[in-house]
Design a protein around this ligand. Structure first.
Ligand code: HEC
Length: 166
């Protein structure tokens, strides 16, 4: 272990404390545990602009407001939406296993996924119940017509019938 690395049980404490802080924040009232956990653990890769959101001062003195996109619309990580996830993981239990262990380079997952860019595993510091809460939240997300990411390969292209009807 390097000096600046946390021991595994310290990681659990730090992460669970962060969740408790977010859960207690009034800004998160009305959000499910799954959504709060999603925003804490997943949004930086799976929601467009999540990490950049907020007010940013420009060198000229003016400021710009960056808004995060729709939850699960994709960013670095693949877009997550009900339509694609129900096909990738027809059984939620398989999606829970995937989120626990993460993806490995060139290793297939789900019905047509291929690990590539680096989906980390969360099973070492989130509880099974928390991962299930996140997965159930993510499985309710609607497809975003303005999906921004194609990161991650698919073994077969999305079937035409999964296209959103207006
Ligand atoms: C560091 C960036 C990153 C984080 C954080 C992250 N993911 Fe991912 N995720 C990815 C990438 C990249 C892929 C595509 C697979 C690959 O290449 O590894 C992916 C793929 C997925 C998939 C499969 C989607 C599909 O249709 O193939 C699911 C489900 C998923 N992530 C859920 C989550 C959840 C839930 C969390 C939070 C607990 C999370 N991810 C956190 C980067 C991330």
């Amino acid at each position: 272990m390097f000096d600046n690395q946390l021991e595994p049980d310290e990681v659990i404490t730090v992460w669970q404390d962060r969740f408790a802080t977010q859960r207690a924040d009034a800004a998160n009232d009305g959000k499910s545990d799954g959504q709060v956990l999603y925003e804490l653990n997943c949004a930086r890769c799976h929601t467009p602009q999540f990490s950049a959101k907020g007010s940013h001062e420009q060198p000229t003195g003016s400021s710009v407001e960056i808004l995060a996109g729709q939850d699960g619309a994709g960013g670095y990580g693949r877009p997550l939406s009900k339509a694609s996830l129900l096909e990738q993981f027809p059984d939620p239990a398989d999606q829970i296993d995937f989120v626990s262990s993460g993806a490995n380079q060139d290793v297939p997952y789900g019905t047509r996924g291929l690990g590539n860019y680096g989906m980390p595993g969360f099973g070492t510091f989130l509880t099974d119940e928390e991962i299930e809460d996140i997965v159930m939240y993510v499985r309710t997300l609607s497809p975003d017509p303005n999906v921004t990411s194609v990161a991650g390969d698919e073994i077969e292209p999305l079937a035409a019938e999964s296209e959103v009807e207006e």
